[in-house]
Ligand binder design. Structure first.
Ligand SMILES: Cc1cc2nc3c(=O)[nH]c(=O)nc-3n(C[C@H](O)[C@H](O)[C@H](O)COP(=O)(O)OP(=O)(O)OC[C@H]3O[C@@H](n4cnc5c(N)ncnc54)[C@H](O)[C@@H]3O)c2cc1C
Length: 179
């Protein structure tokens, strides 16, 4: 990522450009918050895709990489890693899909935050295991898994850093429910 400074001075926005027209006056913050809820489930879906790509790459590498005369897919430890990765990906996919369905019915705001927090963390672990299966080549830029690992890392930061998401959204709503 490269970052640049952006500055807007004396910027004029005409009345008829107000989002939501007159009914939108003073509601910008709430529109933005609603947008974040969609962004959270979208980020969880992105994490699922990333994990699947990492798993596919690891499976392919394990089939072709021969160590001590044996393809590493034939070593039990590799199989356990792949099975655990597949189980986590399936959980993440089903969880995200179910929350997306809830959101489609007008609910699921709290669950979208939970899905993002859990699934994005899971993506860090799954891409790490995929890189590990590649051995030293997992760190080489010519293998996509090195990129997947780096990309997984940002998922817990953007669209709401994990800590603020858990503190300001999940914990707050859970405590409101208790009250
Ligand atoms: C690749 C990338 C793309 C992005 N794209 C967009 C985009 O398209 N649109 C957009 O609007 N933004 C975008 N962002 C910004 C992103 O949403 C923010 O970086 C993110 O929300 C975290 O905010 P911050 O960077 O200001 O971190 P900070 O708020 O400075 O947080 C720094 C650290 O402090 C912790 N922290 C903060 N507050 C608390 C607290 N109260 N208690 C405990 N810990 C706390 C955080 O969890 C974090 O660990 C993007 C960022 C990246 C990296």
């Amino acid at each position: 990522m490269h970052s640049y400074e952006l500055s807007l001075e004396n910027w004029f926005v005409a009345d008829d450009h107000l989002i939501g027209a007159e009914a939108g006056l003073g509601k910008g913050f709430y529109f933005q918050m609603a947008g974040f809820e969609n962004g959270r489930i979208q980020t969880a879906a992105r994490a699922v895709g990333l994990m699947q790509a990492a798993y596919d790459a690891a499976l392919e590498y394990a089939r072709t990489r021969v160590v001590f005369g044996e393809a590493i897919i034939n070593y039990e430890l590799t199989r356990v890693k792949l099975a655990t990765m597949a189980a986590i990906i399936q959980c993440a996919r089903q969880f995200s899909l179910e929350v997306a369905r809830q959101m489609g019915r007008g609910g699921g705001a709290l669950e979208a935050s939970m899905a993002k927090a859990y699934v994005c963390r899971a993506a860090e672990w799954v891409t790490r295991e995929a890189m590990q299966i590649h051995g030293g080549m997992g760190y080489a830029e010519e293998y996509p898994v090195s990129r997947y690992f780096v990309d997984a890392r940002v998922l817990s930061i953007f669209e709401g850093a994990d800590e603020t998401l858990c503190l300001k959204v999940i914990a707050r709503r859970l405590l409101e429910d208790v009250r």
